[in-house]
Design a protein around this ligand. Structure first.
Ligand code: KG4
Ligand code: ZN
Length: 325
């Protein structure tokens, strides 16, 4: 079966073609992403109406490139992101998908964006055993999700204010690093000292699985404000590293606690912040050290941020779920 996946929920126009066979082996035939960084960079964040216009402009060339790269296969199903996301942006993708489905007389499945991020883990053909604990870390969400099966999802906890990716973006802005902030912070952190600043680890000791990142961002703001002179390169690198480590400490600590409580067999990472090399490394090391019987799985770095392949993969499982009903 060949599935065309369309993603337009935020600032990336993504279209992919994946092949999925009866042995449940998956192959990505093409995965084209048109980023809008240049459109939004002057504003320091995503402007929804500008994003929608850019999707409108880019979606057809992105489709043409995806089809060409995959050698124009016969498509069986279209998958498109339905929610959550920026409404004007989502509408571009959904309308485009509906027009294609009508024109090609093939079915369409509307998928959830967060499930898309989670299912990016199935694009690697790895062996993932239930129950699964998924740490979803994106620009809009921070959640710990317990999956007992493909049909049984439960949110154990989520952020009460900012998402962790949002905090990375805001701290980058405070440090004058521009947009998008996550990758900038992670690059600067490589050169910085992660214990240079003593920042809070919000809610790390709480019994529940909720998160909070706005206090951490405010702590960075106050620290920067207390500095009278222009921020030095060393200061920026040290602050990036200290902030990143504070966020990672909370994410890892809550994940390990939930994995123990719910007798998890596999821990997976999902979402744009899962591209963070330090989070990937430290989570892997911690699981190896403290939970050696638990498997750990993360998407390839380029499949962590928004893309069409993850949406196509989520649709495969959505379809299977419905067939078996
Ligand atoms: O999942 P995603 O592409 O879009 C949403 O669904 O939100 O995530 C985007 C978020 C942004 O906040 C971005 O700064 C963050 O992921 N991000 C990173 C890294 N790459 C992207 N955060 C930390 N380190 C990175 N390497
Ligand atoms: Zn996303």
């Amino acid at each position: 079966m060949i599935i065309l996946g369309i993603e337009t929920s935020c600032d990336d126009t993504g279209i992919a073609l994946i092949e999925y066979d009866r042995q449940k082996k998956c192959r990505i035939l093409s995965n084209i992403i048109s980023s809008q960084i240049e459109v939004h960079a002057p504003y320091g964040g995503v402007v929804p109406n500008l994003a929608a216009r850019a999707h409108l402009k880019n979606i057809k060339p992105v489709l043409e490139e995806a089809l060409k790269k995959a050698n124009y296969p016969k498509i069986d199903l279209i998958a498109v992101t339905k929610e959550p996301g920026l409404i004007p942006c989502l509408l571009v993708g959904i309308n485009f998908a509906k027009a294609l489905a009508y024109n090609w007389s093939i079915p369409i499945i509307e998928t959830n964006h967060i499930k898309g991020h989670i299912y990016a883990n199935w694009l690697n053909n790895s062996n993932i055993e239930f129950p699964i604990l998924s740490l979803v870390v994106s620009g809009g969400h921070t959640q710990l999700v317990l999956m007992k099966s493909h049909k049984d999802f439960k949110i154990l906890g989520e952020t009460r204010d900012d998402a962790v990716g949002e905090a990375f973006d805001k701290v980058a802005k405070l440090l004058g690093l521009g947009y998008p902030g996550g990758p900038m912070i992670s690059q600067r952190a490589l050169k910085g000292n992660s214990i240079a600043f003593n920042l809070p680890r919000p809610m790390i000791k709480n019994k529940d699985y909720d998160f909070s990142f706005s206090g951490l961002k405010t702590a960075v703001l106050y620290e920067i404000k207390s500095k009278k002179e222009k921020l030095s390169e060393k200061y920026i690198n040290d602050m990036a590293a200290s902030f990143q480590q504070a966020a990672i400490d909370v994410l890892i600590s809550k994940t390990i606690k939930a994995a123990n409580e719910f007798k998890i067999k596999t821990i997976i990472l999902a979402g744009g912040v899962a591209a963070n090399s330090e989070l990937r490394k430290q989570m892997e090391e911690k699981i190896k050290k403290d939970l050696s019987n638990i498997k750990f799985q993360m998407p390839e770095i380029k499949l962590c941020t928004d893309n069409g392949a993850m949406i196509a993969m989520a649709a495969v499982y959505e379809l299977e779920k419905n067939i078996k009903k």
